[in-house]
Design a protein around this ligand. Structure first.
Ligand code: NDP
Length: 277
C-alpha cells in the first residue's frame, strides 16, 4: 500500500508546471489521477512522466478541457467518476496571469474578466460541482493561490493579484463551511516558480531566464537565492491533500517562496557599507 493508493485525485492545470509535478508525485504515491488542461500534447508529456513514476495506465484519466467552460468542468468531473468511481482530492491549480502588454490600471475590463474567470470563478464552480462527491469521501481540496495575493501590493498585475486575494478569502470561507461535513480545504501560496507561467503570457525563453535570474540574484527579492521549482510546490500540495499528515490544518494558505514575503529590502544593505564603518 502506498500513501494514496485507492484515492481518486483531480489536478487541474496538469499539462504543465506545478500541476504536472503534482500529478507525477501523486502517481508516485499510487493515486488514481485525472490530469487536465487545454493542450493535449502537453498532457501526453505529463502522462509519460506519471508512467515513469510508476503509475498504472488505468490510474491515469486524461481530459482535454477548458476550465472556464462549464461543459469542460462537467467533463472533468464526470469522466473522473466514470474512471475511478469517486473523488477524494480536488487540486484547483490551473491559473494564469492574462497578459496583453498592458500593466497596472491600464489593463482592460476584458483582461479583468478573463483573469477572474480562470483564477477565481473556475475554482468556485469546481468546488460547487464536486462538493457532493467530496462530502461522500470526506475528501480534501487544495487551491493554488500566490504570494501576489498580498498583503504587499502587486501594482503591475492588479487583477491577477486581486483574483488570488479573493481565492484566499474564499478558501477560508469554504473551509469553515465544508469542515462540518468532514471536507478539508486549504491553499498553497507559491512565490516565483520556474514553470510555463511566463510562456503562457507570451514571453520568449530568453526573457524568462532574464526575469528569473534577476530575482534569484537579489536577496531583497528572494533571500533563498533561487527560484522555486514546481516539485517544491507539489510536495506541499500533496502534504495538504494527505489527511494523515495535515488533518489539523484548515483554511490556511501555506507560503512557499524562498523567504520573499518576509523581506522589505532593508536587510540587503550591509550596515558596514552603509555607514562606512
Ligand atoms: P503553467 O503555465 O506552467 O501551468 C498552468 C496550467 O494551468 C497549465 O497546465 C494550463 O493548461 C492550465 N490552464 C490555464 N488556463 C486554463 C484554462 N482556461 N483551462 C484549463 N486549464 C488552464 O503555470 P504554473 O504551473 O506556474 O501555474 C500553476 C498555478 O500556480 C497557477 O494557479 C498560478 O497562478 C500559480 N502560481 C504560479 C507562480 C509562478 O511563479 N509560476 C507563482 C504563484 C502562483 P493549458 O495551457 O494546457 O490549458
Amino acid at each position: 500500500m502506498t500513501r494514496f493508493s485507492g484515492k481518486s485525485v483531480i489536478v487541474t492545470g496538469s499539462s504543465n508546471g506545478i500541476g504536472r509535478a503534482t500529478a507525477v508525485l501523486f502517481s508516485r504515491y499510487g493515486a488514481q489521477v485525472t490530469i487536465t488542461g487545454r493542450d493535449s500534447e502537453r498532457l501526453e508529456v505529463t502522462k509519460e512522466k506519471m508512467l515513469k513514476a510508476g503509475a498504472l495506465p488505468q490510474n491515469i484519466n486524461l481530459v482535454v478541457a477548458n476550465l472556464t467552460d462549464p461543459n469542460g468542468q462537467d467533463h472533468i468531473i464526470q469522466s473522473t467518476l466514470k474512471a475511478f468511481g469517486k473523488i477524494d482530492v480536488l487540486v484547483n491549480n490551473a491559473g494564469a496571469n492574462i497578459f496583453d502588454g498592458t500593466l497596472n490600471t491600464d489593463q482592460s475590463i476584458e483582461i479583468y474578466q478573463k483573469t477572474f474567470q480562470i483564477n477565481f470563478q473556475s475554482v468556485v464552480e469546481m468546488i460547487k460541482k464536486t462538493k457532493e462527491y467530496l462530502i461522500k469521501t470526506k475528501g480534501e481540496i487544495v487551491n493554488v493561490s500566490s504570494t501576489v495575493a498580498g498583503p504587499q501590493a502587486m501594482p503591475m498585475a492588479p487583477y491577477y493579484a486581486s483574483a488570488k486575494a479573493a481565492l484566499n478569502q474564499y478558501t477560508r470561507c469554504v473551509a469553515i463551511d465544508l469542515i462540518q461535513y468532514g471536507v478539508r480545504v486549504n491553499s498553497v501560496s507559491p512565490g516565483i516558480v520556474e514553470s510555463g507561467f511566463m510562456s503562457a503570457q507570451g514571453f520568449p525563453d530568453e526573457l524568462q531566464q532574464k526575469f528569473l535570474t534577476f530575482f534569484a540574484s537579489r536577496k531583497e527579492c528572494i533571500p533563498a537565492g533561487v527560484c522555486g521549482k514546481p516539485e517544491d510546490i507539489a510536495e506541499l500540495i500533496v502534504f495538504l491533500s494527505d489527511r494523515k499528515r495535515s488533518s489539523y490544518i484548515i483554511g490556511q494558505s501555506i507560503v512557499a517562496d524562498g523567504g520573499s514575503t518576509l523581506v522589505a529590502g532593508m536587510h540587503a544593505h550591509d550596515l558596514h557599507d552603509m555607514l562606512g564603518l
